[in-house]
Design a protein around this ligand. Structure first.
Ligand code: ZN
Length: 220
């Protein structure tokens, strides 16, 4: 590795300089630690916004606490007599913490977000395609798709029929129970993978990531 590269990789860790007092502060900080002035939205991920480690098992109570604390500090009333720039920073920071909070407090969105940070291709547009594989085989089992298709047809019949067919109703009810059971099982599996990812070594993490991508696809 050339000396320049070492310098560059080190430079990403160099703290940001406050626009107001010029004291360097941690880049994830929304407020300068020296002069307390609001800073522009930092270029950090949602976990860093709340000073959380990049983990899937997070303490929701302290996340909520931290969110409310920052929300209060960024409240528009506090910037009524501030400069135009400070008002803009506070609004942009508020948008950032709102997005970060909404994403991290939801178990599925949090998992999707972390997987994206780790370079996995997930979401509707990638579902059903094996990433990096020329042979685009479905990641969702065919039997599951068939069952969903069948249930949709039964639901259509129910919606269109004037008379509610009791046999059909009980069939759809049973299918609904089956799917909610599957969802519970899926979420249990997902939480198991969370623990593997959070505490595992590199190989365990990679394996857990693949499992989670598949589980989220199936869930969708
Ligand atoms: Zn400052």
């Amino acid at each position: 590795m050339s000396p320049l590269k070492v310098l560059n990789s080190d430079s990403t860790a160099v703290p940001v300089v406050c626009w107001s007092c010029a004291v360097a502060h941690n880049e994830s900080t929304l407020f300068c630690t020296a002069c307390s002035k609001v800073q522009p939205p930092p270029g950090v991920d949602y976990f860093q916004v709340f000073n959380l480690p990049r983990h899937l098992q997070i303490d929701l109570a302290s996340l909520e606490q931290e969110f409310h604390k920052l929300s209060r500090k960024l409240h528009p009333d506090r910037f009524a007599r501030a400069t135009e720039a400070e008002r803009e920073f506070s609004l942009a920071d508020t948008a950032l913490i709102n997005d970060a909070y909404r994403t991290l407090r939801d178990p599925v969105r949090r998992t999707e977000y972390l997987l994206k940070l780790e370079g996995e291709e997930i979401g509707e547009e990638h579902a059903g395609h094996n990433t990096g594989n020329a042979e685009r085989t479905s990641r969702v089992p065919a039997d599951l798709l068939e069952e969903v298709f069948e249930l949709n047809m039964q639901l259509d019949e129910l919606r269109e029929g004037d008379q509610k067919d009791p046999a059909l109703l009980s069939e759809v009810g049973a299918a609904g129970e089956k799917f909610s059971g599957m969802l519970n099982e899926l979420d249990g599996n997902l939480q198991h993978q969370w623990a593997l990812w959070d505490d595992g070594d590199a190989a365990t993490r990679t394996a857990a990531q693949k499992q989670m991508v598949a589980l989220l696809d199936r869930r969708r």
